[in-house]
Design a protein around this ligand. Structure first.
Ligand code: C2O
Ligand code: CU
Length: 432
């Protein structure tokens, strides 16, 4: 990223528009909003949002709760909501033409599903997502542990970038074919939005980072706190690891637990130095700081894979600018096929384990997301890596994942660079 491309980054802190509330029965209305993403003095930006705000309201539920949301479409185009990372029943997954018909303007659609695993998730539009998500149709979805770790603050941090014109309005280049065939729609202004931005020295804080960008892989340098990474994509690490730079493909999440040693600053490393994303300020100090170690979050009770009996499959990412040829009919393809086919790429018997080699034969990185499941990343030495719902595969690299397909239904598998998804890099699997 070229720092000069960016609007002047402001030191002022951007707050998420609403604090979370405990509620399992609610209404989300999509519609146009005037958003405050620019520094104070620079006015507002016309975007889309939920309930008058972007990001939409932070939904907070308890593990095991049933979430029920009446989605009202106040846009002038169809839409749906996808609950990214939740192992929900297939009919509630929000994928137009696969699990439901898109919700037309002025219509209401009720989503209702159980949330089996605690963690940091998010919801976003899944119709014309390359435009609707870029316009702001998303929000955090936090599933609390029955017995959450004790911290002084639990703060959600949404990372995003926007392509703005000189007037601070979204550039109308949605669906630009050059973006689709290259790295996707990159913004020229980026920041971190915080659900709360004031802590005390010595406080212990849980930070939940969500990359809501449609294309940018965020690398984030965090200073001012000492602590550990405790979860990726909602799922706890068995052994928390010391905090280093955090790398988040579009749609990925990371949870941290830190002890505050100063203002907590977030920056994007660039060739021309760090680009500031935002800061959580410090005021006062905690008279009784924690002296206990940071412990792992409670394990999720997920089915264990059986690696020895796994079916072996391969998925090759192809196409894009500077990529090789393929036989698909759009920019991008998986295994020589662009976009959705009549039949699923593969059918799994419920409970079956698969080891899938994801090979990136293109000149760009891709964050590949499987709906309705998490999977184990397999390291080069064969050991289990992180347990995620979205995995970043670098250009010309390859990664094996191991997944127990235990959730019946039709599930999308796609690149979360949403312009890539729209121009061929998606397929689906069926679990029966
Ligand atoms: Cu986060 Cu198919 O989506
Ligand atoms: Cu991609």
């Amino acid at each position: 990223m070229n720092r000069r491309e960016f609007f002047l980054a402001s030191s002022a802190t951007a707050l998420l528009p609403a604090k979370g509330w405990a509620m399992t029965h609610l209404r989300l209305k999509a519609g146009p909003v005037e958003a405050r993403i620019l520094p104070e003095s620079e006015g507002s930006t016309r975007m889309f949002g939920f309930n008058g705000m972007t990001p939409g309201p932070e939904l907070r539920v308890r593990q095991g709760d049933r979430l029920s949301v009446a989605f009202e479409n106040g846009l002038d185009q169809p839409s749906t909501i996808h609950w990214h990372g939740i192992h929900l029943e297939n009919a509630m997954d929000g994928v137009p033409d696969l699990t439901q018909a898109a919700v037309r303007p002025d219509e209401t659609y009720r989503y209702a599903f159980d949330v089996p695993y605690a963690g940091t998730y998010w919801y976003h539009a899944h119709h014309r997502s390359w435009e609707q998500v870029a316009r702001g149709l998303y929000g955090p979805l936090i599933v609390e542990e029955p017995d959450p770790p004790t911290v002084n603050h639990d703060i959600t941090i949404v990372l995003d970038d926007w392509r703005l014109d000189q007037a601070g309005q979204l550039h109308e280049s949605f669906g630009d074919l050059h973006d689709f065939s290259h790295a996707g729609r990159m913004g020229n202004f980026a920041r971190a939005l915080f659900s709360s931005a004031l802590v005390r020295h010595g406080d212990r804080v849980r930070l939940r980072l969500i990359n809501a960008a449609t294309a940018r892989v965020f690398s984030v340098t965090i200073t001012g706190g000492i602590g550990k990474v405790v979860a990726h994509d909602g799922m706890p690490l068995a052994v928390p690891v010391p905090l280093g730079d955090v790398l988040l493909a579009p749609a990925q999440r990371t949870d941290l637990i830190l002890d505050v040693a100063g203002p907590i600053s977030f920056a994007l490393p660039t060739r021309e130095g760090p680009y500031p994303l935002g800061t959580i300020s410090v005021s006062g100090s905690n008279p009784a700081p924690f002296d206990t170690p940071i412990r792992p979050l409670p394990r999720a009770r997920v089915p264990e894979p059986d690696p020895d009996r796994a079916v072996r499959l391969g998925l090759v990412m192809q196409g894009g600018a500077m990529g090789g040829r393929h036989r698909g009919d759009d920019f991008w393809a998986f295994n020589d096929l662009s976009g959705m086919s009549e039949a699923p790429w593969h059918r799994f018997a419920r409970g079956e384990t698969a080891r899938i080699t994801l090979r990136n034969d293109t000149a760009f990185p891709h964050g590949i997301h499987l709906h309705g499941h998490h999977f184990h990343e397999i390291r080069d030495d064969g050991s289990f890596g992180h347990f995620r719902d979205t995995t970043l595969v670098d250009r010309q690299a390859s990664r094996d994942i191991l997944c127990v397909f235990d959730n019946p239904g039709k599930w999308l598998l796609h690149c979360h660079t949403l312009g890539h998804q729209a121009s061929g890099m998606k397929t689906w699997v069926e679990v029966i």
